[in-house]
Design a protein. Structure first.
Length: 513
């Protein structure tokens, strides 16, 4: 393996290894207290500095030998005629954003060391930050859409974890859930595009997707639409803008890196990368222009009535991203790239300066402009953020929560009863009180069709349990079931601890890779 391949692999891999190192130290209790903070920050910053050196080596090669274009490292997955290669695309666009990402990540990491000093979740923050650093660099340099999807998920998971950084607060967990569900819709669009790319073109390599194959415009439009949906949601464009205003629950450095500088621009980068496909779909170009204009209007009017500085920055970002989307729809890809870089740098400075600004300013926020107050309908719509928050809750969040409630009911009425451990649930502890107690707690009219079905199924299992497991002639069987239930309950209690949850997440991603 030559130096070029080693450098390409090192860029996303080093932050990922730093995350694993920090996580292992947390599990083993080796980085506690102030000394642990120093160790954690050094590992995180050191990994990013080494990654930045690898990027500088790519810069040197590009200036002396030209862009290496697509570099194939090996084969990632093979299934019959379908293959996904582990390759990286290094051109002017990706190299520009690799350098931009590296500089901003290093600056925010240094800022975070003092900002989060003696925070209870210091190590957890730097773990997630390293995961994000790996993901955002992988998005930029991925040589195919499948590899980009892995980086996309790294970045999305990092966003969810840092929005819920203060997980003890219900508001933080609820806002993390809103962001998570909305972005999963974008992930579905990306998976949709990957599926049809395999189905029709047999590959997800960028050079295959962008080649002129004489395909019908319908194929191009469908695949492009899946990618564009993912890009618009990730960049919080109208009407998918509500989630990003809820994402400010995380610490200021995460707001700066995610929603000011880098992750919010990942969608714009994907649109820039799709230039050959977008150029062939005129209808898609018109849609991008329309969505961009609506996003500009939404960000502008809603931003006029904000009294919180970080929220005002977010709405300004939505408007600026809308301008980039309009530029892409008009075919001004170079202008959109330049706008992206300038906006990322400026917005990073603003977000990192926001805490100091709040301490310096003692006056009350200025009221909305007079011309806006004279238009009550528009003013109310701006204050209500054009009702996108409530609309997103009704269409996305509440159905998901209802499904989770049904799943929990299934666990309580079926799974726990099968385990035969009465102490594992407050419901089973009331078995001696009879069915009426359960019916009073769970009214069939409030459970919906699926809930009532689960309730009936639970009653059936209760009857089986009473006749077979709880009978006097089956004391040994009852004891064995209880013993197994105690073991499962102990394992579940252990896995619910934060350090084990993080370990499971890390192992899952290692298996995916």
């Amino acid at each position: 393996m030559n130096a070029l391949n080693v450098s390409l692999i090192a860029i996303p891999l080093l932050p990922l290894l730093a995350m694993l190192w920090i996580g292992l130290a947390v599990v083993l209790g080796k980085n506690q207290g102030d000394a642990g903070e120093k160790q954690t920050s050094r590992i995180a910053i050191g990994s990013m500095m080494l990654s930045a050196w690898a990027i500088l080596y790519l810069d040197y090669l590009s200036f002396t030998q030209g862009f290496p274009a697509t570099v194939q490292i090996g084969s990632w997955l093979e299934s019959g005629a379908y293959q996904i290669h582990l390759n990286f695309l290094i051109d002017g666009l990706s190299l520009t954003l690799l350098n931009l990402n590296a500089v901003i990540i290093l600056l925010v990491l240094w800022f975070s060391v003092n900002y989060l000093h003696r925070e209870p979740g210091f190590q957890r923050f730097f773990m997630v930050f390293c995961l994000f650093s790996s993901g955002i660099q992988l998005i930029v340099m991925a040589g195919n859409a499948a590899l980009l999807f892995i980086g996309w998920e790294f970045a999305g998971l990092s966003s969810y974890l840092l929005i819920g950084y203060r997980w003890q607060r219900d508001v933080a967990t609820q806002n993390a859930l809103r962001a998570f569900i909305t972005n999963r819709l974008g992930d579905a669009g990306l998976i949709f595009a990957l599926f049809f790319s395999f189905l029709w073109w047999g590959s997800t390599e960028w050079q295959v997707l962008f080649a002129d194959k004489g395909e019908s415009t319908l194929h191009i439009a469908l695949i492009s639409s899946g990618f564009v949906l993912a890009a618009l949601i990730k960049s919080a464009q109208f009407p998918f803008s509500a989630w990003i205003t809820r994402a400010l629950e995380g610490p200021t450095p995460s707001s700066a890196i995610f929603y000011g500088a880098l992750m919010v621009h990942a969608g714009i980068y994907l649109l820039l990368r799709l230039e050959p496909l977008i150029a062939q779909a005129e209808t898609l170009q018109i849609a991008l222009i329309l969505i961009g204009v609506l996003s500009i209007a939404y960000g502008y009017f809603a931003g006029l009535v904000q009294t919180d500085v970080k929220t005002a920055f977010i709405f300004s970002s939505i408007a600026q991203l809308g301008i980039m989307v309009v530029s892409i729809g008009l075919g001004w890809f170079e202008f959109a790239t330049l706008h992206l870089c300038i906006h990322a740098v400026w917005r990073t400075y603003q977000f990192l300066h926001a805490p100091s600004f709040l301490h310096q300013v003692t006056n009350s926020p200025r009221p909305a402009a007079q011309w806006l107050q004279k238009r009550p309908a528009l003013y109310i719509a701006a204050v209500q953020r054009f009702w996108l928050d409530s609309l997103g809750d009704h269409l996305l969040v509440k159905p998901f929560q209802k499904l989770a409630q049904d799943a929990r009911l299934f666990e309580e009425q079926v799974i726990i009863r099968i385990s035969g451990n009465p102490s594992s649930s407050h419901l089973l502890s009331r078995l001696n009180a009879g069915k009426e107690g359960l019916k009073q707690e769970y009214h069939s009219n409030d459970m919906g069709l699926l809930g009532r079905f689960m309730h009936m199924l639970g009653d059936l299992f209760e009857w089986i349990e009473q006749k077979l497991v709880m009978s006097d002639t089956q004391q040994r069987l009852q004891h064995n079931f209880k013993y197994i239930g105690d073991i499962l309950e102990n394992i579940e209690r252990r896995l619910a601890e934060p350090r084990y949850l993080m370990l499971i997440i890390v192992v899952s991603f290692v298996m995916v890779l």
